[in-house]
Structures are given as C-alpha cells and as structure tokens.
Ligand binder design. Sequence first.
Ligand SMILES: Cc1cc2nc3c(=O)[nH]c(=O)nc-3n(C[C@H](O)[C@H](O)[C@H](O)COP(=O)(O)OP(=O)(O)OC[C@H]3O[C@@H](n4cnc5c(N)ncnc54)[C@H](O)[C@@H]3O)c2cc1C
Length: 377
Amino acid sequence: MSMFDCIIVGAGPAGSSAAYHLAKRGHSVIMLEKAAFPRYKPCGGGVSPAVQEWFDFDFAPAIAAKVDRVGFTWKLGDPVSTNLKTQPMWMVQREVFDKFLVDKATEQGATLQDQTTVNGIKFNGSAWQVSTDKDPIEAKYLIAADGAKGNCANWLGLKSSPNHISMVLDLPEAPQATNIANFDFGSLKNGFIWRFPNGDRTSISAAILANPKGKPQEVQKQISKYAQAIGLDPSRGQMYEHPLSLWSDNKPLHGQNALVVGDAAGITDPLLAEGIRPSMFTGVKAAAAIANAIAGDSSALPEYSSIVHQAWGEEYVWAQRLSGLFFKLPGVAYKVGVKRPTAAQIMSQILCGQTRYTDITDKAIKTLKRSFLPGQG
Ligand SMILES: Cc1cc2nc3c(=O)[nH]c(=O)nc-3n(C[C@H](O)[C@H](O)[C@H](O)COP(=O)(O)OP(=O)(O)OC[C@H]3O[C@@H](n4cnc5c(N)ncnc54)[C@H](O)[C@@H]3O)c2cc1C
C-alpha cells in the first residue's frame, strides 16, 4: 500500500490549494478525485481577486472575464448599477480554473489520482487508511475536501451545516457586456439570482439562502423566467443543480490527524453565497496546520479550527443576521439598502477582504430596522 504524508479527498479549489502549499513545503501529498479532470463544477464562477495574495503564481491564464460593474434589480425591474472602486472581480470557468490550480499543485510534486472514488476511511492508530474503488491508500494525515456532496466530513463526525438548494443555467452565449455582474432580488423567495459573464458563456445562478428546505422546481422556474426576461432562451443552455454548503456555526474542523476544508467544512458565505475564496483560504491554512503537525506541533490541528472560526466564523454570524433581516422584508431592504450607491461598493469590499461584516452590519441592521417601522422607509 502506498504511504503519503497527506491524502486529500477532492481536487476542487479547497483541496488543490492545500495540495499546492503542502507539496511546496516538500511533503508527499495525493489528491484523490472521483471525477475525470478537468471536470465541470456547477458554479457562477465569480472569484475574488484577493485569493492572488495566497499564491506565488499568476492566476491570469485561468480568468475568463473581469467585472468592474455591478447591477441590481428588484423582480427584474427598478434597476441600479454602479462601477466598482475595488479591483475587478474575476469570472472563471470552473473546469479551467480548477484544472489550473491542480496543475500548479502537481508541478510542485503533488499527485493527482482522478477517476478514483473514496468510499471509506479508517484511522489505525498512526495513519489513515483510505479505501477507494481502486487500490487503498495510506497517509499520516487526511484532508476532507470533497465538497458539499461529499461524505468525508460525516465519516469524521465533523459535518457542519445543512445544504441549501442552488442551481446554475450555463448558456453557450457570450454576454453583450463582458464586465458587469447582475443580481436580481425578489423573484426567488428567500434567495436571489445572479448572472455572470463568463468568457464564451453566460451563467445564471440562483440559490435559496434563508431556508434550507426550498424547492428545486421553483429555483429552476425562476432561473428560466429570468433568462427569458433578458432575451436568452433557457433551452439553449444546460441547467445543473448542486447544493450550497452555507456556514451555520463554529463547529470543530479538525479530528484525529484530519481536517475538513472548503464546502466539506460548510464554508460558504450565508449572505452572498461566496464559496471559492473561503474554500481556498481553508485549503491554504490546512496545509500550514498539517505541515506544523508533521513538524511536531501537537496543537496545530485545533489551531486550524480556531483560525477559520476567527477569520470567517465570527464574520458569518453577522452575515447570518443581515441575511435573516434582509429576507424578512426583501422589498424594503432592496429599497433602503441594495439600491444605495454604497451597497455594491461594500459588497465588493467584503469580497476583496477590505471590509468586514463586523464593521458594517451594525449600521446596516439599524438602517433596515428603522425602515421596517410603520411609516418609515
Ligand atoms: C449554483 C452555484 C453557484 C455558485 N457560484 C459561486 C460563485 O459565483 N462564486 C463563489 O465563490 N462560489 C460560488 N459557489 C460555491 C462554490 O462553487 C463552492 O463553494 C466551491 O466549489 C467549493 O470548493 P470545494 O473545493 O470545497 O468543493 P468542490 O469544488 O465541490 O470540489 C469537491 C471535489 O470533491 C470531489 N469528490 C466528492 N466526493 C468524492 C469522493 N468520495 N472521492 C473522491 N472525490 C470526491 C468532487 O468530484 C469535487 O471535484 C456556487 C455554488 C453553486 C452550487
């Protein structure tokens, strides 16, 4: 049986970020991935440029478009749009972006074994034995990076959050405006629709954020209606359903010689549905923690949980509060919050890591509460 320092289950952005940084530190690491790479992942493909600072190579070849303008609508009407004052947001095609990152990891010496499904894990007292539909593999450490649909977090007793319904319609048509991202509120109850330019295609995503029990048929219907309303024929595209693994609370993200990262750790933003940047962050931090543990630091893995809780968990408490209030009276929230010229700037500052929910939520909640009072707003 092959023996590695670390087995990573799943080669999405969380897993490959961890693989890159572990391999770069000289550790032997293998990514076990059930799909054949490159693989498609249902996703809007919006990525914060803030991820660049965690890597020493340029992501430019993996970026399909850049967005420097954001538009909002309420039930497809009442539009506003504004230019961003932050760096432009990246738009990526996930089969390209994820393969790019995996290639960077393998260039550092990591191994990718794709078309390999992990179907069980067992700790034998000193190492993890991972069974697959091929040969079993052994490693001292394990990273669960198998996404919102994976089983590893459950097997480790670390599954953190209920999945939420989300879908994307990918249309094989380059958008007329390649630099604008659009968000529609009000059409989909307890959630929203977002349309991103994505090179030679347009992606229209939607998610129900404020209620884990939404109906997929409703999401599909609203996406199709949205596409038709902007002059696109939904039947020309492909609709995919995939759960969103929204953050719920600060649960442990480490077990015996094991960590969970990315959607397997329920790391997606409960208000904005951003998952790629937080997933990559957890991958980077998990690599550092495992390298420290290999070097003999017995508190390195618990420390990883604390780092993620501090960096994201504390933030997400505020995002959850804002989301709860927003979806209570979304029409009012649209009018007094989203439509303000500052809203898009704040959103992009949050995505770029320049502003924290902690800094803005108190004021936003007071504004929303004031406008919810009869006779106000
Ligand atoms: C419709 C939709 C739109 C979205 N839009 C955005 C967006 O615009 N911007 C953004 O930041 N986030 C977005 N997200 C969230 C984002 O896609 C995820 O947060 C992100 O992909 C998580 O990365 P990950 O590496 O944790 O998991 P994944 O990217 O899901 O990768 C997990 C990998 O594990 C593999 N795997 C699973 N089980 C096994 C197994 N048993 N054995 C081996 N391999 C296995 C899978 O094949 C997969 O390749 C969106 C999500 C959805 C559903």
